[in-house]
Design a protein around this ligand. Structure first.
Ligand SMILES: O=C(O)CCC(=O)C(=O)O
Ligand SMILES: [Fe+2]
Ligand SMILES: [Zn+2]
Length: 622
């Protein structure tokens, strides 16, 4: 064949591949989002892989789509790996379709490459994206302090003086913390009410607090202050401030930078609230007692692009969202220590009222049921299905674990325990380590005094000491072989690779989706829609995620082991064996594992370290 012929062949091949990918995107949109793509030209395009959920920011996409014509609207739903663009005419939309379908772009915020796949859509139904108002009892006051006051308050904090506290708080390393009035103890999530700290609240806060009282933002003068400092990438896990520790009103002033705080209702509703720099957040009533609040550790927030929308809940206007790089935020959280038990109207999350509640009904019954459901669907059932294949990808021993085993005395009895377990989002701070803590406690119980346990837990931080973990690096190392995967890496919904040594292509499977409808029923869908699906080989954006596993192979009807590669392409059997499963994971932040271990008296942490994208501890039973 001459070179022209070869070129034609090559082009045909890449055109075919593009078509395949485009159709795959179309199917995924239909199945998971109910968005129906059409083959004829319309004014609207859906751009797969061009969403906030896979790291494309609004400015970048807007520039691209505007090059092709007049853009009437650009909808970027939060956390979704696609966007919808509406042009003034079908001609402009067609031009964009021809220009952008298959176009590879480099993400401005992470330097990763993604390929856009574009399809026409007739009309988009946004019923699901209903405007969400703030949680009841929540209030935002903008510009409570001036830039000068802000500066003074920030300068007044002496982070050096409390070395002792900082040392004691190594477990909180993910942010800096300082307490005034009363020390807040993170071991029991309460304050020592009989041990006020000398000096009370800093003088610099007086005018501010007077103002809050005068304006009626609060009714009672606070006597406890916690200063939290968050560097970009740091956060605070979702929690409800212990009812028995503090009164109703909790206020928090944001200084240095704004941030998005996530509020969650126990029924699963979530509201992301933008807290602008120098604003005051007031939590009372339901928002203080029933909703959890937390800050997701990440470097960018999804915020409104336009000035008028910079405050308040972030989700309503999908036509106006973009990514905002975080700065260092310092918050002053003022609370009033409670002197008598809480008698709020939310007994299910009230530690003061748990005693009496337990006699009537098991406390946190719903959370426990949901946690078990999650564990059953996204841990047990998944591993039942993928066990053979999973096991075939786990062979090389990790050096540090080998070292641990080699140092054990001769004759030691070793239990290798896989601590896969579940927890559910948005549950009380006191409870949400329930299952994980139980696992550590059980490990401790197994040990004899002096016995040791080594725990490895997947880390939220996949980049440590400026080094990318093997998990992130593997993507590049295996270029070529996994070329298919790389082109899809940003399609955060369902086309992903695996944790560890995955070498799958990204066949999305109808089966799994149908399964979730048939078997799991609503509960499964609700969990699925609430937990983000992690994109393999990328950084984690959430601590609670579903991690896809692309099953290759399984057992056939005769019970024989079959590898997908042995099956004819396009065959029914191949489809059957190329299924995608979603495994629930809680990835740990720095310090979280130690903090969990420290709650057990009988255990001493001998060593803690980071290894290959995991947080690790060696425990010794006292
Ligand atoms: O940083 C904030 O605004 C919130 C801090 C917080 O929730 C806490 O310390 O309990
Ligand atoms: Fe809090
Ligand atoms: Zn209460």
């Amino acid at each position: 064949m001459d070179s022209t012929g070869q070129n034609n062949l090559k082009r045909n091949k890449s055109e075919k591949k593009l078509l395949r990918k485009q159709i795959k995107a179309r199917n995924t949109l239909m199945r998971h989002e109910g968005i129906e793509c059409v083959s004829h030209t319309t004014q609207n395009l859906v751009v797969a892989n061009g969403g906030l959920g896979n790291g494309v920011n609004r400015h970048q996409l807007l520039r691209l789509v505007e090059e092709c014509g007049l853009v009437e609207a650009l909808l970027m739903p939060p956390n979704k790996p696609y966007s919808i663009v509406k042009y003034g005419s079908t001609e402009e939309a067609k031009k964009a379709y021809d220009t952008l379908n298959g176009k590879e772009i480099t993400l401005e915020d992470s330097n990763q490459n993604v390929t856009l796949y574009v399809n026409f859509v007739e009309k988009v139904h946004w019923e699901d994206i209903i405007p969400i108002s703030l949680p009841p009892g929540l209030m935002m006051i903008e510009e409570l302090v001036s830039p000068e006051e802000e500066q003074k308050m920030l300068e007044s904090i002496d982070w050096t003086e409390n070395e002792v506290i900082q040392n004691a708080q190594k477990s909180l390393k993910h942010r800096r913390v300082k307490h005034f009035g009363y020390e807040f103890r993170y071991d029991n999530n309460n304050v020592d009410k009989d041990k006020p700290l000398p000096g009370g609240l800093p003088e610099i806060c007086s005018t501010l607090l007077e103002k809050c009282l005068k304006q009626g933002y609060i009714k009672h003068k606070p006597d406890q202050l916690t200063i939290n400092q968050y560097e970009p990438g740091q956060g605070i896990p979702p929690h409800i401030d212990t009812h028995s520790a503090f009164e109703d009103e909790i206020i928090s002033l944001s200084l240095g930078a704004g941030i998005v705080m996530d509020f969650k209702h126990p029924d699963g509703r979530t509201v992301a609230v933008m807290l602008p720099e120098r604003s005051l957040l007031v939590m009372t009533g339901e928002s203080r007692y029933l909703w959890t609040h937390g800050i997701t550790p990440r470097k960018f927030d999804i915020v409104h692009a336009s000035e008028r929308q910079k405050v308040g809940s972030v989700t309503p206007d999908v036509g106006d969202l973009t990514l905002n790089r975080r700065g260092t935020r310092t918050s002053f959280t003022f609370r009033k220590v409670r002197r008598s038990p809480c008698n709020c109207t939310y007994p299910s999350v009230c530690d003061s009222q748990q005693g009496c509640q337990r006699e009537e009904a098991p406390s946190f019954h719903d959370s426990e049921t949901e946690a078990s459901k999650l564990e059953e669907e996204y841990v047990h059932k998944v591993y039942e299905e993928i066990a053979t294949h999973f096991s075939s990808t786990r062979h090389s021993p990790w050096p540090k674990i080998v070292e641990f085993l080699r140092t054990l005395p001769k004759g030691s009895i070793v239990a290798d325990v896989g601590c896969g377990n579940g927890k559910y989002l948005g549950i009380n701070k006191d409870l949400y380590m329930e299952r994980r803590l139980a696992a550590v406690r059980e490990l401790a119980r197994l040990l004899r005094p002096g016995g040791k346990a080594l725990i490895y837990i997947w880390a939220m931080e996949q980049e440590y000491n400026k080094q990318k973990s093997k998990y992130l690096k593997e993507k590049r190392a295996s270029k070529g072989k996994e070329e298919e995967i790389n082109t899809d890496v940003a399609w955060g919904l369902f086309c992903d690779q695996m944790h560890d040594n995955g070498s799958q292509d990204s066949a999305c499977s109808d089966r799994v989706l149908n399964d979730s409808k048939d078997k799991g029923g609503n509960a499964k869908e609700v969990i699925h829609s609430k937990l983000p699906v992690h994109t393999n080989r990328t950084s984690f954006h959430s601590q609670d995620v579903l991690v896809p596993w692309h099953l290759k192979g399984g057992t056939n009807k005769k019970g024989e082991c079959v590898k997908a590669l042995q099956l004819p392409a396009g065959s029914k059997e191949l489809q059957e064996f190329s299924r995608v499963f979603h495994r629930y994971y809680h990835v740990f932040c720095e310090g979280e594992l130690e903090a969990a271990c420290k709650t057990l008296d009988c255990i001493r942490i001998q060593k803690s370290y980071y290894d290959q994208g995991n947080w690790c501890v060696v425990l010794e039973k006292q």
